[in-house]
Design a protein around this ligand. Structure first.
Ligand SMILES: [Zn+2]
Length: 96
């Protein structure tokens, strides 16, 4: 069993969060203290992190496909792929 280092609440290991604030050591904190410290609900934070990761992979994938299209089908298809990549990137950052 772990304890929240800010409020002292007992935490199950899966609920413990590592929080590192500027100039301080890492702290083990609970979800409530995470929200108090960062101003963001942990679920929202985790969701944003996850969607940022997905966007990253989608962009990398499109970039790879564009390069492939460029090499295999020529510059026109390559440019179309790049345009699609940029579109996906902007759509994903707008959706947040
Ligand atoms: Zn706490």
């Amino acid at each position: 069993m772990l304890n929240c280092q800010t409020c002292g609440k007992e935490l199950a290991e899966k609920d413990a969060l590592i929080h590192q604030s500027e100039g301080q050591d890492r702290q083990i904190i609970c979800h409530d203290c995470f929200k108090a410290a960062t101003g963001t609900d942990y679920k929202t934070f985790a969701y944003r992190k996850e969607s940022a990761k997905q966007t990253f992979f989608a962009v990398i994938f499109c970039l790879g496909a564009s390069i492939y299209a460029f090499v295999e089908k020529g510059p026109v298809w390559g440019s179309l792929g790049l345009a699609a990549t940029v579109a996906i990137y902007f759509l994903a950052s707008k959706a947040k």
